[in-house]
Design a protein around this ligand. Structure first.
Ligand SMILES: *Cc1c(COP(=O)(O)O)cnc(C)c1O
Length: 452
């Protein structure tokens, strides 16, 4: 990692943790006061330090503190903040033109992003893509496409699922607080099924894959009817719901079941995609080929962009004009995506993600052996989590999770929590983070547990 200083941020930032004030410092606290009288309360902050520069594995705040980043802005800046290939392409594009609306007069960048998506997403069948602004919008459109292609209405989603905050995606999202509470009524024809959650499966982790598959397909048959189901949507590793990794065999069986019943299998890879789990997509791990795949977050190095990619005949079943949006596939965001995907390929970021997992998992497992509050260490590549529960039980321990997160924040390590029960600490470092910073971050986490 380079260590020369750059006032603009990006990869030239010194790659070290450095605290010069308490967290948050006086400059951040002043901005926080302004924020409180201008920004809606409903938009929360995990850690109220105001960022002025970021790059590699660090975030620099308004007080000059340099924090280690184990969050990547929720799995977005996988290529690092202001990654060189993203920055140069974005700067070129923004000087050329900023918007025409692809539906009015098209431009090459949109087409090139769709070509890259066809190349990198699972399966070598003929594909088409459509671009949108946010993950939720991509999920909404995947459901629209599945319904249009099948002529059916029902959509099957899972316990602990997170698919967004718009009306349809709130209905697909499992967790009430804070995502859904008093925001109803929600969209109809959504059916929720138990998730293959090895730690919490009643029959135990060994029986989880087979039993969960039987329960899910049994419930679909009894309560919905296979012929009424347009789509099954699932995150191949659940994100906000707690980084739940379904046991091997569950996803392939589900995909095959869908194929057998004319149901569209939608993989929501918005959090897992773009090298995060050590493959281009989490579905690649077991060779699962989804009919439709939704992507966003890591796609464009921080520029807002999302996509639905899928089988040409399904995507093209929608009438001309049936998909779109004013900003979807904005040229500046597309330039960012081309730079991000080029970086992933040139720097083998899937390999980097595997290496991050190889460093993190053994240290976290050792920590778990020493501390009975850690009920589970799980994840793949650079998408890793620990679930906390009262010692000797599976009773969730959300207070401990937030206490550890707070201790990490105070020490200059940005970690995030998640989980239906709020008891999961998740780690999503930028894939370009230096190994010394990664190890230092893990030491800070160990210190936080030692200080419980
Ligand atoms: C973040 C996320 C979404 C929603 O994406 P937004 O860009 O926040 O709308 C949907 N699905 C998954 C799996 C996500 O992690």
């Amino acid at each position: 990692m380079t260590t020369f200083s750059s006032p603009e941020g990006g990869p030239g930032l010194p790659q070290r943790r450095r605290l010069v004030t308490e967290i948050p410092g006086p400059a951040s606290r002043q901005l926080l006061a302004r924020r409180e009288s201008a920004v809606a309360r409903g938009v929360s902050n995990m850690l109220p330090v105001f960022i002025t520069a970021a790059g590699g594995g660090v975030l620099v705040d308004a007080d000059g503190n340099s924090l280690i980043d184990f969050g990547s802005g929720i799995a977005v800046t996988s290529v690092g903040n202001s990654a060189p290939r993203v920055t140069s392409r974005v700067q070129e594009q923004v000087a050329q033109f900023t918007h025409t609306c692809f539906m009015v007069t098209p431009y090459e960048g949109y087409v090139a992003v769709c070509e890259e998506l066809a190349r990198h997403t699972p399966g070598d069948h003929e594909k088409r893509s459509a671009l949108f602004n946010s993950g939720a919008e991509a999920v909404e459109n995947a459901v629209k496409i599945a319904r249009h292609a099948t002529g059916r209405q029902a959509v099957v989603a899972f316990d602990h699922a997170y698919h967004g905050r718009t009306n349809l995606t709130m209905a697909l999202t499992a967790k009430n607080m804070p995502y859904k509470d008093k925001f109803g009524p929600f969209a109809g024809e959504i059916y929720r099924m138990p998730m293959a959650y090895p730690l919490r499966w009643p029959g135990g982790p060994e029986r989880c894959a087979a039993e969960a598959f039987d329960v899910v397909t049994g419930l679909i048959h009894a309560q919905v009817g296979e012929d009424n189901v347009a789509a099954v949507i699932i995150e191949p590793i659940q994100g906000e719901g707690g980084f739940v990794v379904p046991p091997d065999g569950f996803l392939p069986a589900l995909a095959q079941y869908c194929r057998g019943h004319g149901i569209v299998f939608i993989a929501d890879e918005i959090q897992t995609g773009f090298c995060r789990t050590g493959d281009w997509f989490a579905c690649d791990h077991e060779g699962v080929v989804p009919d439709l795949i939704t992507t966003a977050k890591g796609i464009a190095g921080g520029m807002p962009l999302a996509a639905v990619t899928g089988r040409a005949e399904m995507m093209d079943s929608v009438h001309v004009g049936g998909l779109g949006g004013t900003y979807g596939g904005n040229p500046v965001a597309c330039a960012g995506a081309l730079g991000a995907m080029e970086t992933m390929e040139a720097e083998d970021l899937a390999g980097r993600a595997r290496r991050i997992g190889d460093i993190m998992l053994p240290r976290l497992r050792k920590l778990a052996e020493a501390d009975p509050v850690i009920a589970d260490v799980r994840g793949r590549g650079a998408m890793i989590a620990i679930e906390l529960a009262e010692a000797g039980s599976l009773e969730p321990a959300p207070a401990v999770a937030s206490q550890i997160a707070k201790a990490c924040h105070a020490a200059g390590l940005v970690v995030l929590t998640c989980g239906t029960f709020g008891n999961v600490l998740r780690f999503l470092p930028p894939l370009v983070i230096g190994e010394d910073l990664l190890e230092e971050g893990l030491s800070l986490l160990e210190d936080a547990f030692a200080g419980l």
